[in-house]
Design a protein around this ligand. Structure first.
Ligand code: SF4
Ligand code: SF4
Length: 97
């Protein structure tokens, strides 16, 4: 099974992908103004951080596997992480480990 196929199996407890309440928020104004390296566009294994043809950084939380890499990689203060509604349990669940 390829990585994209595996990523397609990521689902979230208590929410559908289409109704996702993001656990990561990214201030892309910082990404696209003062960030000198855009390192999260290289290190995210799920390709949640991308650059378009104009070099502009975009973030989408869908497919995030909660590895935590971007939280440590971003040294610009653009990434914040908070699980919404912790009392009912949210977060990634894997179908095949
Ligand atoms: S390192 Fe931080 S500020 Fe730079 S592109 Fe990634 S998330 Fe944005
Ligand atoms: S936690 Fe991991 S998979 Fe999710 S956006 Fe950050 S680097 Fe990507």
């Amino acid at each position: 099974m390829t990585l994209p196929e595996r990523l397609g199996l990521v689902s979230y407890r208590n929410q559908a992908k289409s109704e996702i309440k993001p656990h990561i928020k990214v201030d892309t104004d910082i990404c696209n103004s003062t960030c000198p390296h855009h390192c999260t566009t290289y290190v995210c294994p799920a390709n949640c951080y991308t650059k378009d043809e104009n070099g502009k950084v975009h973030f989408q939380v869908e497919d995030c596997i909660e590895c935590g890499t971007c939280m440590y990689a971003c040294d610009q203060g653009a990434v914040s992480w908070e699980f919404p509604d912790p009392e009912i349990g949210r977060g990634v669940t894997w179908n095949f480990g």
